[in-house]
Each structure stands twice: as structure tokens, then as C-alpha cells.
Write a protein that binds this ligand. Structure first.
Ligand code: NDP
Length: 504
């Protein structure tokens, strides 16, 4: 906190830190509720301009911005690297996926959202019926630090493409990335249709109360509940993208090498700090030993350290280290074994990959989001058992299935918003697919047509094409007309149906 002597005005700032070194990356303002309100008021002005543009014009602006981000990708990746500690290559991959989403949202908004005719039905045959999807005006986006480009842009790009202005509150750990995104937008378009407010939780709460048309939140389940409660004060709708406890299911006919490779990347990339991170693995008993041997062998070659060619960076939030340690300790206390890593794998900044077996299903390492490069591996007798155990947590975000013959069948029985068969997290890179969770993983969808519609409200219009035979919505309606309505109703809907034959 600094005080300007001449004006006795208190200006509050906070520092974003480099998790590899603890050094200050930069200082940023803590925006007050008043400043958030001013930003949102400005956003309403921008929304009036942006929302009045044609789809083609918005598309052109968004594609121009996409071009700037792409050309300046190394700069963005470096900032992500500094603020999160993740390797450069991972930061680049994250941004590359986000760029694809900007492109898809910009080029598909018109097709998904424009006004279209829908059938008006026999009883309203004189009406032309249309539906279109209108922007809310201003959307507030609250983002996490773990994928500070990909995750918020999953909301921002779709909200903008749908015709909204956006006010973005990035995580206090990655404010610079948020400012970079808004800065490049302003430099490209020349108008602050995307603005950033920085600060801590209170700034996010102020955004919830600021009168935006919708809040898109990505973060932990616990904060998601707080955000919902705050938004409830003003009946502001929310989309909640929260935590996960994803599993990999490995069937007896799976490609074991591919499954082990994918599971390891899913568990340990980004040091396990991924909402879709693989934290549990269920393996058919016939291939369990083979899988575990291959998995452990591959994991031994992945080490977290500070170096230019490291594959895993540090744990971004120091407070997470204790949670990771406690989950490992709980698993060991309850009869689990660490076949790689263990409690000692949790260092001061880095956590080494840890593989736990024989861990009871009700332990913390199986039920709660660990958010570290740790994973449990369990033997199952059947795929039914694997599905049942996968579905037995309060989270339901993503999932992975490795099976040659039954992948689709198993995937469709897993309770999760997304599943990948014979690959890991692949759905996140398909912009036309919706992304979001069930249960404690949240609700609402970003990405794809659902993601565009999420940032709009549907607007239905009926237009009389010709005068009806009978005017029903009038006090001049006669008893004869009522009888005719009843007759039509019986003819259309009153027939006895045939029930499907019961299976014996
Ligand atoms: P948090 O829940 O701690 O924070 C998320 C955002 O909410 C931050 O910007 C935070 O600000 C802000 N915030 C905190 N308190 C409030 C409040 N009272 N009102 C409004 N906003 C508030 O999550 P993390 O940043 O630690 O991110 C990790 C979590 O995000 C994990 O659980 C992960 O699974 C989840 N996640 C989910 C994804 C999904 O798509 N489902 C994708 C990526 C991550 P500040 O940082 O300043 O406290």
C-alpha cells in the first residue's frame, strides 16, 4: 500500500510474483468497487457501439485481434511463463488453442445466433415465428491463473463474438496477462470493448454486483459458490466453470503404451494444475500390472525443476503445496502406497510426480481436487466398476477412456461434461464442442454453439401473417369458437397412444 503525501489519497496495489523465484513481475492496482462501476459504465457505452455492428464487422475486428495475438505470441507466452512459472512451450500451446477459439467464435457467431424462422404449429399457422439470440450488453469474466489465456478467452471470445462488451477480472496471480489481452485488443480495434479490472477477490465481487448482464466465472468450486451468492443479490445470471477430479479408464484391450503416455501428460503437465488434470486412473485387472509398470517407468523420466528445458514448472500458488502434501499423507495413512514420489516429492516450490496405489476410494486423494502432479491408480474387475468409481465423486468435468472396442460406450456412461476416447483432453481443442461440467464442476457451457448462446438471451417474435379464422386472444371470442378449439385439441392430442412394448 502506498500513500501519496500531497493528496492524502490511498492507492492500493498488489504485486504479481514469479513463482519460480518469488521475484516481483509487476505491480497492479487493486480496483475498488467504484472503479469497477466506472469501468462497467464505460463498457455499456462500448456495448452500444459493438452490439450495433454487423456480424461481419465484429468478425473482422476479432480476426484482426487474433492476428495480433498470433504475431506477438512469444511475448504473451513469456508473460504467462513469468506469472505462472509454466514452461514456455506449454504457454505457447495454451495460447495457440485459445487463438483457434477466437477464430471459431468470430466466424460462427452469425450462423448460430442470427434470426431464424421456426415452425409456428397448426394452431398458430397464421403467425410467422422467429428466434434470435441477443447479447446481454456487458459480460463480466472472472478467471483463474492456471491457464490465464485459454480459460478466460473461452468466455471472452464467445461473449465478444455474440456482441457483448467484456470486463475481465483476471486472477491476482496473472493480472499482467489480462492487461496484455485488453491492451492488444484496444491497440487493434481502437475502442476498449474488452477492459480489465485488477485486484483480489473483492474486485471480483464488485464486478458481480456491478450490473453486468452475466458473469462467467472460472475457478474453484468454493469461490464459484461465493460468486453465485453475490450474483444472486442482483439476479445476475452466472456460468460456473469449476474444479474437477478427472479419471482415465483403461480397458483390457487398450493400447497400454498410449494410455500410459496420455495419462502421465494428463496428470503431470502444468504440474497437475489443470481443471481437467488426471487425478485418478482405473485399470482393468488383466492389464493393470502392465499399465502400472509402463506408467511408472515413463513418469520417472519427468522431473519438475527450474531450467530452460523443464517439462514441469513450479506450483504457482504456494498455499497449494500444503493441500498436495495433505492428500498424499492421507492416502498413505489410510493404507495407500507411493510407487513413485510421496510426501517428500513436495518441495518448497516444485512437486515431483507422485503415483499412489491401494488408496481407499473415500480418501482425499480420490475425492478432492489435489491440483498437483499426483495420481491414484486402482485395479478394477470390470469396466462397470471403473465407470461406477469414476462417477462416485461430486465433480464431473472431463474424463478419458482408453479402449479399442468399447470406448464410445464407456465414455457415454461416464457422468462428465466432456470425454476423450484414446486421447486426453482432446475435446478442449475442438472449438465446435461445448465445454463445461456437471455437479460441483459447475454448469453452463463455453465453446461451440452452446458457448455463443451462453452469452445471449433468446428473443422470440411472432408476427401475424394473415388474420386468423378465429380470434382467440380477444374478449369477443364466442362459445362456438371455444368448442372448435376443444374439437381441434381432441383431434390433435386426444387420441389414445400405444405404449411401447414392455421388455420381458
Ligand atoms: P479461485 O477460485 O481461487 O479464483 C478464481 C477467480 O475468482 C480469481 O480471479 C479470484 O481472484 C476470483 N475471486 C476470488 N474470490 C472471489 C469472490 N469472492 N468474488 C468474485 N471473485 C472472486 O481459483 P484459482 O484461481 O485458484 O483457479 C484454480 C481453480 O480453477 C481450480 O479449482 C480449477 O479446477 C479451476 N479451473 C476450472 C476450469 C474449468 O474450465 N472448469 C479451468 C481452469 C481452472 P483472486 O485470484 O484475486 O483471488
Amino acid at each position: 500500500m502506498t500513500q501519496t503525501e500531497d493528496r492524502l489519497e490511498t492507492v492500493t496495489t498488489f504485486d504479481s510474483l514469479n513463482p519460480r523465484t518469488g521475484d516481483v513481475v509487476a505491480s497492479h492496482p487493486v480496483h475498488t468497487a467504484e472503479e469497477v462501476a466506472q469501468t462497467v459504465a464505460r463498457a455499456h457505452e462500448e456495448a452500444a457501439w459493438w452490439g450495433a455492428l454487423s456480424y461481419d464487422e465484429r468478425e473482422a475486428h476479432l480476426l484482426a485481434w487474433k492476428g495480433v495475438i498470433t504475431r506477438r505470441l512469444p511475448q504473451l507466452a513469456d508473460l504467462v511463463h513469468q506469472e505462472t512459472g509454466k514452461p514456455h512451450a506449454d504457454a505457447t500451446l495454451e495460447a495457440a488453442l485459445a487463438i483457434d477459439h477466437i477464430h471459431w467464435a468470430a466466424t460462427h457467431a452469425e450462423k448460430v445466433l442470427k434470426r431464424r424462422r421456426v415452425p409456428s404449429g397448426l394452431s398458430m399457422v397464421n403467425q410467422a415465428a422467429t428466434v434470435e439470440y441477443r447479447p446481454f450488453g456487458v459480460v463480466g469474466v472472472i478467471g483463474p491463473w492456471n491457464y490465464p489465456v485459454f480459460t478466460p478467452l473461452g468466455s471472452i471470445a464467445y461473449a465478444l463474438a455474440a456482441g457483448n462488451a467484456v470486463v475481465f477480472k483476471p486472477s491476482e496471480h496473472t493480472p499482467g496477462v489480462g492487461e496484455w489481452l485488453a491492451g492488444t485488443f484496444l491497440a487493434t480495434i481502437g475502442r476498449p470493448v474488452l477492459q480489465v479490472v485488477t485486484g483480489l477477490g473483492d474486485t471480483g465481487a464488485a464486478l458481480c454486483r456491478s450490473g453486468v448482464g452475466k458473469v462467467a466465472f472460472t475457478g474453484s468450486t468454493a469461490t464459484g459458490k461465493r460468486v453465485m451468492a453475490t450474483c444472486a443479490e442482483t439476479l445476475t445470471p452466472v456460468v460456473i466453470e469449476a474444479g474437477g477430479k478427472d479419471s482415465v479408464i483403461v480397458d483390457e484391450d487398450a493400447d497400454i503404451e498410449a494410455a500410459a503416455d496420455a495419462a502421465l501428460w494428463g496428470a503431470a503437465s502444468n504440474a497437475g494444475q489443470t481443471c481437467l488434470g488426471v487425478e485418478r486412473i482405473y485399470v482393468h485387472e488383466k492389464v493393470y500390472d502392465e499399465f502400472l509398470a509402463s506408467f511408472v517407468d515413463k513418469a520417472r523420466s519427468v522431473t519438475a525443476y527450474d531450467g530452460p528445458d523443464t517439462k514441469i514448472g513450479p506450483i504457482t500458488m504456494p498455499s497449494q503445496l500444503e493441500i498436495i502434501r495433505s492428500h498424499i499423507q492421507d492416502a498413505l495413512d489410510r493404507g495407500g502406497r507411493a510407487v513413485l514420489g510421496g510426501v517428500d516429492a513436495v518441495g518448497e516450490r516444485y512437486v515431483q510426480p507422485t503415483i499412489l496405489v491401494d488408496v481407499p476410494e473415500d480418501s482425499l486423494a480420490v475425492q478432492e481436487e489435489t491440483f498437483g502432479p499426483t495420481v491414484t491408480v486402482a485395479k478394477v474387475r470390470t469396466m462397470d466398476e471403473a465407470i461406477e468409481k469414476t462417477n462416485a465423486t461430486r465433480y464431473a468435468l472431463g474424463s478419458t477412456v482408453f479402449s479399442k472396442s468399447r470406448g464410445m460406450e464407456i465414455a457415454s456412461r461416464v457422468r462428465s461434461g466432456m470425454s476423450a476416447v484414446n486421447g486426453v483432453m482432446t475435446f478442449a481443442g475442438v472449438p465446435s464442442l461445448p465445454f463445461g461440467g456437471v455437479g460441483d464442476s459447475g454448469f453452463g457451457r463455453i465453446h461451440g454453439p452452446d458457448g455463443l448462446k451462453e452469452f445471449t438471451y433468446s428473443k422470440a417474435i411472432t408476427r401475424q401473417r394473415f388474420k386468423p379464422m378465429m380470434v382467440l386472444t380477444s374478449f369477443t371470442r364466442t362459445p362456438e369458437a371455444d368448442q372448435k378449439v376443444m374439437g381441434t385439441l381432441m383431434m390433435l392430442h386426444g387420441r389414445k397412444g400405444t405404449l411401447p412394448k414392455r421388455k420381458r
